[in-house]
Write a protein that binds this ligand. Structure first.
Ligand code: AMP
Length: 547
C-alpha cells in the first residue's frame, strides 16, 4: 500500500466522529491493506512495532523537529517549527504545512526520491533506525527521518511525524482495532479479543483472521519470550469480595515492581509492566528461576527490594536497579531483591490463562514452590482483617483479594482482583473503655472501646479487638491500667488518655453507640503516640465521612 493511500484513509478516519463509522473505515482499510496488513494495523494506532516487541524507536520530539526543519529547506529553523507548534499545538499539522521535499543531501540521494513512499518503506526504514546504536546513531536517525520527510506529501508528513512520535490522534485504539478486524474478516469479536490477549500482536491477529478465520485465531497461543499485558486490579474491600465470591484468595500486596518471567527451558527473560525487557537488571532473579524451574513457563509476580534484615524496602529501590543499566553489579550489592511469584500463565507447553486462579496457583506451587506467595483461602472478614494487619505489620503495602474461580485476563482491570490497601481515611479515636479478654486472653484487655471527640466530651463509636497481637495486648493492658476509672464485671471505664489509629470497612448509622455511628470491622492500625485526646477525630469528621 502506498503511504499516501494510508494517509488519505487516516485523514478520513480522523474526520469521522461516530464510533461505528470509524470502525467501518478502519475495517475497509484493513481489507484493502494487502501484504501490509500487519504494519497498517499497528501504524493506525501510532505503533511502529508489535506491543510485545521491546524494540524502541527512541526518537524524541527535538530530533523529529530537526529532521523536519532540514527537509523544509534552508529558511526553516527548529525555532520556526517550535513557534508553529505553539500555535497549532500539534506536530502533524505543522509538518503538513511545511513545504517539504526537494532538498539535496546524502540521505536524499540515498533513496530514489521519484518513487512514492510505501507503508513497507516506512516500516523498513523505521526498523533500521531503531537498531542504530552507539555514537553517531542520533545522526543516522536524523538523516533517515530527513530522507523520509523529504519524500513526503503534506498529508503523509502529518501522519509520519505523528507515527514517529507515537501518537496518531485519530481516535483509534486497541478496541477499535479489535472490532475492525472482526468486521473486516467476519470473525467473532471474542475470538479476536482472546487472540490479541495471548499474542499481544495485532499484526499477527489481523493476518490470521484474514487468512485462516476463526479457527486460525483459536490456534494462537502464548509464546515463551513474547510478553503479554499484565492483569490489573481494582480497589475493593473484603466485604465487596465476600459479597461477590463464596471464598476469597488473600495474598500479601507487595510494594515492588511487576515482573513477567519467561523461561524457555534454558534462559530467562524478564519484562516489566510496560513490557520493557529488564532481564539484565535482575540477574539474581534469573538465577533463581533457572535453578528452581524445570519446565518452560510464564510466571507473573512482583520483585521487591529487601533490606539487610529481610524487611521490604519501598519500590523505588527496585527502580534504581533499572536505571543503573551499566552498573548492575554495584547496585546489586546495595539493593537485594526478591521475586514473589503469584500467578502462572503457562507451564510445560500448556496455556493456563483460561483455567481458574486456584488451579493456576496449584500449578505454580508444584513447579516453583519456594518462590511463590503464600495464599490463604478465607470466607471470614475478621480473618481477612487479621491477614491485612499482618501484612502491614510486616512492612508490606496491604493485601490483594482474588476470585479463586477467575481466569487470567491480560490487560484487564476487572473486579476479579481487588486491591485492599489500608484505609485511606483512618480515624484517630480515644480509648474510653475496655473489656477483659477470654480464654488465653483472660489476663489481658481483649477489646477496647473507642470514641470520637464531641463538644461535650467523648462518645463511643466502636470496639476494637482485631489487629492486635498477644504481646501487644499485654503491653497495652499495662499501659491502660493506671487510667482505669471503674470496673464492672469484665467491663472497664478508662480515662481518655490514649489515641488509637483505627481502620475499618465502613461507617454505619447505629443506635448501639452514643455517637449514633458504628464502625464495621474496626481494627487497630497503631497507637498515635504523637496525639493527645484533644487531637482525636471529631464526630463532625465522622459525619462528613459517612455522608
Ligand atoms: P496498583 O499498582 O496500586 O494498581 O496495584 C496493583 C499492583 O500491585 C500490581 O500491578 C502488582 O504490581 C502489585 N502487586 C503486589 N502484590 C501483588 C499480588 N499478590 N497480586 C497481584 N498484584 C500484586
Amino acid at each position: 500500500m502506498e503511504f499516501s493511500e494510508f494517509a488519505d484513509r487516516a485523514a478520513a478516519i480522523e474526520a469521522e466522529s461516530a464510533d461505528l463509522e470509524t470502525i467501518s473505515l478502519v475495517a475497509e482499510l484493513f481489507a484493502d491493506a494487502g501484504d501490509d496488513l500487519g504494519s497498517v494495523s499497528r501504524f493506525i494506532q501510532g505503533r511502529v512495532f508489535p506491543a510485545h516487541d521491546t524494540t524502541k524507536l527512541d526518537v524524541g520530539p527535538s530530533l523529529c523537529y530537526e529532521a523536519l526543519a532540514k527537509a523544509a529547506g534552508r529558511n526553516v529553523t527548529i525555532t520556526d517549527i517550535e513557534s508553529e507548534l505553539a500555535e497549532t499545538g500539534e506536530i502533524g499539522l505543522v509538518a503538513e504545512r511545511l513545504d517539504l521535499g526537494g532538498q539535496q543531501g546524502l540521505a536524499a540521494f540515498a533513496s530514489d526520491s521519484e518513487e512514492r513512499l510505501t507503508v513497507s518503506d516506512i516500516e523498513t526504514e523505521l526498523r533500521s533506525m531503531a537498531t542504530a546504536s552507539g555514537s553517531g546513531s542520533t545522526d543516522t536517525k536524523r538523516d533517515t527521518l530527513f530522507g523520509l520527510f523529504n519524500r513526503s506529501e503534506p498529508l503523509e508528513a502529518r501522519f509520519l511525524s505523528r507515527l514517529v512520535l507515537g501518537e496518531m490522534r485519530i481516535g483509534v485504539g486497541e478496541r477499535t482495532v479489535r472490532d475492525s478486524i472482526s468486521e473486516a474478516f467476519g470473525v467473532p469479536v471474542e475470538s479476536v479479543e482472546r487472540a490479541l490477549q495471548v499474542s499481544n500482536d495485532c499484526g499477527v491477529v489481523a493476518r490470521t483472521a484474514k487468512t485462516e478465520g476463526e479457527h486460525g485465531l483459536e490456534g494462537i497461543r502464548l509464546r515463551v519470550g513474547r510478553p503479554i499485558q499484565a492483569m490489573l486490579a481494582q480497589v475493593g474491600t473484603a466485604l465487596d469480595a465476600l459479597e461477590a465470591w463464596e471464598e476469597v484468595a488473600v495474598e500479601t500486596k507487595f510494594d515492588g515492581v511487576r515482573i513477567q518471567v519467561h523461561y524457555d527451558g534454558e534462559t530467562v527473560s524478564l519484562f516489566s509492566r510496560n513490557l520493557e525487557d529488564v532481564t539484565d537488571s535482575l540477574p539474581e532473579v534469573c538465577n533463581r528461576v533457572e535453578s528452581s524451574l524445570e519446565s518452560p513457563a510464564i510466571i507473573d509476580g512482583e520483585v521487591v527490594a529487601v533490606g539487610t534484615d529481610g524487611e521490604p524496602l519501598p519500590f523505588q529501590q527496585v527502580l534504581r536497579r533499572f536505571r543503573r543499566k551499566h552498573d548492575v553489579e554495584a547496585t546489586r550489592e546495595d539493593i537485594a531483591v526478591e521475586l514473589y511469584a503469584f500467578d502462572c500463565l503457562h507451564i510445560d507447553g500448556e496455556d493456563l490463562l483460561e483455567k481458574p486462579l486456584k488451579h493456576r496457583h496449584k500449578r505454580l506451587k508444584e513447579h516453583f514452590a519456594d518462590g511463590s506467595v503464600t495464599r490463604t483461602y478465607s470466607n471470614d472478614v475478621e480473618e481477612i482483617a487479621d491477614l491485612e494487619s499482618g501484612a502491614l505489620t510486616a512492612g508490606h503495602e496491604g493485601i490483594m483479594l482474588k476470585n479463586p474461580g477467575s481466569p487470567y485476563t491480560p490487560g484487564n482491570r476487572g473486579r476479579n482482583w481487588l486491591k485492599r490497601k489500608p484505609d485511606v481515611e483512618t480515624l484517630d479515636l480515644v480509648v474510653t473503655g475496655a473489656e477483659w479478654g477470654e480464654g488465653r486472653r483472660a489476663n489481658v484487655f481483649g477489646t477496647f472501646l473507642v470514641s470520637v471527640r464531641t463538644d461535650a466530651g467523648y462518645e463511643p463509636i466502636g470496639k476494637v479487638a482485631t489487629g492486635i497481637t498477644d504481646d501487644e495486648l499485654v503491653s497495652l493492658t499495662e499501659r491502660f491500667e493506671p487510667y482505669v476509672r471503674t470496673e464492672t464485671g469484665t467491663t472497664l471505664d478508662i480515662d481518655p488518655e490514649i489515641v488509637f489509629e483505627v481502620g475499618y470497612e465502613e461507617i454505619q448509622r447505629s443506635p448501639t453507640y452514643e455517637s449514633g455511628y458504628a464502625l464495621r470491622f474496626p481494627r487497630l492500625i497503631g497507637v498515635r503516640e504523637d496525639k493527645s485526646p484533644d487531637d482525636a477525630d471529631t464526630l463532625k469528621r465522622v459525619e462528613r465521612l459517612y455522608a
